[in-house]
Design a protein around this ligand. Sequence first.
Ligand SMILES: NC(=O)c1ccc[n+]([C@@H]2O[C@H](COP(=O)([O-])OP(=O)(O)OC[C@H]3O[C@@H](n4cnc5c(N)ncnc54)[C@H](OP(=O)(O)O)[C@@H]3O)[C@@H](O)[C@H]2O)c1
Length: 210
Amino acid sequence: MKVAILGGTGSFGRGVAVRLAAAGVDDVVIGSRDAERAQAIAAEIGGRVSGATNDDAVRGADIAVLAVKADAALDTARDIAGALGVVPLFSVASALSFSKDGVRSDPDARAIAERIQDLVQAPVVAGLHTIAAANLEEAAPQEDALICGDDLEAKTLAIEISSRIVAGAALDAGPLASARALEGLTAVIVNVNKRYKAHAGVRITGVHHE
Ligand SMILES: NC(=O)c1ccc[n+]([C@@H]2O[C@H](COP(=O)([O-])OP(=O)(O)OC[C@H]3O[C@@H](n4cnc5c(N)ncnc54)[C@H](OP(=O)(O)O)[C@@H]3O)[C@@H](O)[C@H]2O)c1
């Protein structure tokens, strides 16, 4: 399976690449605006991880994780739409605003993931918002991953790769509109992290899945 990680030079994308490579995904490609930067990070991770420009990374991929910084998610989706074609695009972005009295989620009623779907022909899925990059480096975190999307095939693939990233469950959280809540939940988790000096995650109780 080929997984492209756009903006995989950043802390979150890099963590995702480390976990996927450790879980045996045979073709993980770090994407960047600068191919050399992507190749340098890929070399640091080692194994069969490679690096390329974002455009080259998505070509021929089974799924592309959009892990550029959240402010750049919409512009990057627009830029790579042509190269992406119908390759499923996995948004992990949450827009947050920081102030002295806490972190707030994006006041826009529609999720970033829904706005990305307006820009690309490919099916957009969203998830992994609540997993801190710092929790990905050493081992798969004991957390659940919540994944949403309107395209069942794309969502199934995103759940499949997410199950290799977390040690908890990768769960179907419904249609792409659920990204409004999942992106908003990031602000809640970041506030908890600040208050308790933690890298908190999410566990869903009462679900039995295979
Ligand atoms: N950090 C976390 O704990 C965490 C947890 C869950 C989800 N997320 C989500 O994961 C995504 C990445 O987070 P991060 O903390 O890893 O971000 P980051 O390190 O700030 O940025 C990731 C990458 O985005 C690219 N980038 C920066 N500015 C750009 C621009 N103007 N246009 C295009 N690409 C640009 C850069 O890659 P190049 O310069 O190599 O192109 C950079 O390495 C965000 O959407 C965030 O909401 C983060």
